[in-house]
Design a protein around this ligand. Sequence first.
Ligand SMILES: [Zn+2]
Length: 447
Amino acid sequence: MTDKDKVKDLLKEQGAMTIAVGPGQAVRISLNKKGEIVKEIVQMPVKKIDPALVAKANKRFEWLINFLICRYHFVHRTLSMMRKFPDTTVSTMGVRVVAAGKFELYYNPEWFDARTDAQGVYVFVHEVLHVILHHCTTRQFDDHDLGNIAQDLAINELITEVNGICEKPRDKNGNLIGVFVDELKKQPLLKDIQNKQTAEWYYNYLRQKQKEQESKGKGKKGDGKVDLGTTMDDHGGFKEHEIADERVRALVRELDSCKMWGSMPQGDVELILQAQVKKVNWRNKMRQWWGSQLAKMKYSTRKRPNRRFGYIMPGFKKAYEDTWLVVIDTSGSTWGYGLLGQFLNIINQMVEEGVPIDLMLVDCEVQTEPKPYERRKAQYEFKGLGGTSMEPVMKVVEERKYRGVCIATDGEFAAPTKPSHAQVLWAVPKGKNPPVEWGERIYIEQV
Ligand SMILES: [Zn+2]
């Protein structure tokens, strides 16, 4: 099936599709009577941009950006490399990645007109921090809405208010626009939220709180709901983009080598520098492990030429079953929320690629029999009881001649016997280790 056929199928299902290509313009794709694909440019209903307002914004942009040069040199440097674009399809302001990995600052002129200069500075710093912390270029959260809130909380913690120079944006009634840690702290349910944390920290914290609320709130209504509010700006233009990501790294190297951080405290600068380190993702490592095992497996079962007899005929006795075993030690308490889900996602992918996988659950009391892994059923709770035995697992691996075993555990058990042939991969939370030297290990952490 060609791409064209796929598009045709989609159009048959959904009718016409309209794709925005720029402010006020879109391409409409549909099928004509002959069943051919037709493209046409259509104008989208956009509110007219008042040129006077744009001119005014431009003037203020210029003044404000130049004003930033001493105190906020890095903000000035970052903003000066961005195109500014009035856009009435958004209600606030935002940064987006455009062609060739460049950045664009888009804004609603009316919204910007309602901001004071000091608020303008705050929002500029906010947008620039999104860029240099790689928020716009790496999608890292499953729940985008919550991720947006978490990123804004982390960023706003890095912006110091200075009266008359840099102030949090407020609406006509003087209410704050955006999300702030100190504001959330006022809600009894969130009183233990901490200042100066990373977006990942806020994300996990809020997700945990939501989960607690969901389990408590069953049956009851409106009781102690967590109210998170909304971000101060638009995050709709965030998308993964490696070239843009590289550009950000180059920019931050320049900012740092030229000491352009202005009045930013050293601790905050460190946080920005840390965000530049490319994280070697444990999920990729785990996929690689499976990949390399499968490659080895193919190699060893391929027909190989023999010097004396040419090709050995296939059909020599297989020493092992090809099935792999995945073990989940449910007694562990240190696996954070969501990590098990990510672990299982990788197992799901392996099953989809045709790797036969059995699953076995162990905790301090029971061991289940290995059963073929079922994708849909994958919901397991960690009980946090501590202590388990891996010896029965190794016995099963040995008896059933598994090719390999991947064990998700917190490592709290007595050293078991090493299996004689099976490959072993320990998946342990960061900071933990299995009590043995053998087997490969992967450290699971929130990334
Ligand atoms: Zn934001």
